[in-house]
Design a protein. Structure first.
Length: 239
């Protein structure tokens, strides 16, 4: 299976400090890899570096063979990467429809039959269709998360970065988000999922990678990781 994302020796941080200390990480096309780790391990920093929101000190980030380490976010986006950021960050004064309209980007193959459009987003998430004239600050947390996912999909990405999609949501809403992401998995989307909710991560991911102190210290199938309770406790502090 061909890797869509290949990261080698990635180092980076903030104001001269080192958060990422030589990260090696791959995501095969058509798979979802969960990136787990305790708070402060460097997971969000890693996502920001891949997305071009943080310029790394050193290392390689390749998307489909194209080197993008150090490229700004708009160039990374043009190369097929989209992010669903932690905290959702929808445009509060804009309506659902306006949030989606400004995010829309035609794929490289403009006639691609499965290209994401606002119509497809509304079909996938009928609640957004019902709320299409409501402002971002009039939506519930779950509705904002759906809007953030829809906004990312409208960029027709090859790689989707999901940073804590369950953050701040009630368990029943997390289930709704999980069902939505399962639907996307069924369509073969390639994604990196950063998540503290292990139930959600295990439900969605093909593989699990664990980060500690800015390095990947474990990588394996989700099934194997779930069976090894001792490893999960050692790496994440859970049973």
């Amino acid at each position: 299976m061909t890797d869509l994302l290949t990261v080698r020796g990635l180092r980076g941080g903030y104001a001269g400090t080192t958060v990422l200390d030589g990260v090696d990480f791959t995501v095969p096309a058509g798979t979802l890899v969960a990136l787990l780790g305790r708070n402060g391990a460097g997971k969000t920093t890693f996502v920001h570096a891949v997305m071009g929101m943080l310029k790394p000190y050193a290392g390689s980030i390749r998307i489909g063979g194209d080197e993008l380490a150090g490229a700004p976010a708009h160039i990374v986006a043009r190369n097929g990467v989209a992010i669903v950021p932690q905290g959702r960050r929808v445009f509060a004064p804009l309506t659902v429809e306006e949030n989606l309209r400004i995010a829309a980007r035609r794929p490289a193959g403009a006639q691609a039959p499965n290209a994401w459009t606002a119509t497809r987003i509304y079909e996938l998430m009928p609640r957004l269709a019902e709320r299409r004239t409501h402002r971002g600050d009039q939506l519930s947390g779950g509705e904002q998360q759906m809007l953030a996912i829809g906004r990312a999909l409208l960029q027709n990405p090859r790689l989707l970065l999901l940073d804590e999609p369950s953050d701040g949501l009630a368990p029943t809403v997390v289930d709704q988000v999980a069902e939505l992401l399962e639907t996307l998995r069924g369509e073969g989307i390639t994604a990196v999922l950063v998540e503290q909710d292990l139930h959600l991560a295990f439900r969605l991911a093909d593989e699990v990678a664990v980060m500690q102190k800015g390095r990947i210290v474990h990588r394996g199938t989700t099934a194997d990781f779930r069976r090894d309770r001792g490893r999960a406790h050692t790496l994440l502090g859970v049973g």
